[in-house]
Design a protein around this ligand. Sequence first.
Ligand SMILES: [Ca+2]
Ligand SMILES: [Ca+2]
Length: 186
Amino acid sequence: MRLLVLAVAVTLAPVSEALAEGFTVGGAIYTDLNNVLTSGLAGVTVTITGDNGTFSAISIAPLGIWPIHNVPSGVYTVMPVLEGWCFKHIVSGVVGDPAPITITVDEEHLAKNQSIQFLAETCATTPEGDVNGDGEVDQDDLAAFANCLTGPGGNADAECESADLDADGDVDLGDFARLQIVFAGG
Ligand SMILES: [Ca+2]
Ligand SMILES: [Ca+2]
């Protein structure tokens, strides 16, 4: 019986030590999936946010690595941010979901959480008046605009943000006037 207690205590020791100090989370951010080692992107602020706090690091050259130390166990979202760049999660060399992603920080996911990789791409910019977000301004956007009308002082849905051309929160005739100008090519 005494031996058994001892065995349990020994098994638990490294875990409780890890919990006290937290875990290291990190990975790399690069711009070219085929040249991971030479296309690291520096200057990206990676923030992980969860039940046990918010932690961040800035990616460093030349590999774009972003180590964050002493993260307590828990569930976190991981979000890289750099003006003009959009990020997608790379899983086993394959482009996956756009950031943010969710991770579980614990002993079990230690190795996985130290190799979190993102592909950085310049964000596609939506042309003004491209209400339906297909990259061009045409008749379809007029129809999409009509579906988004809120009237003055209304509150445009998230998906109707691009219909609020004057960015005052509503979708009304003021926005329609601007859309007409864009539509007319001016
Ligand atoms: Ca469009
Ligand atoms: Ca508006």
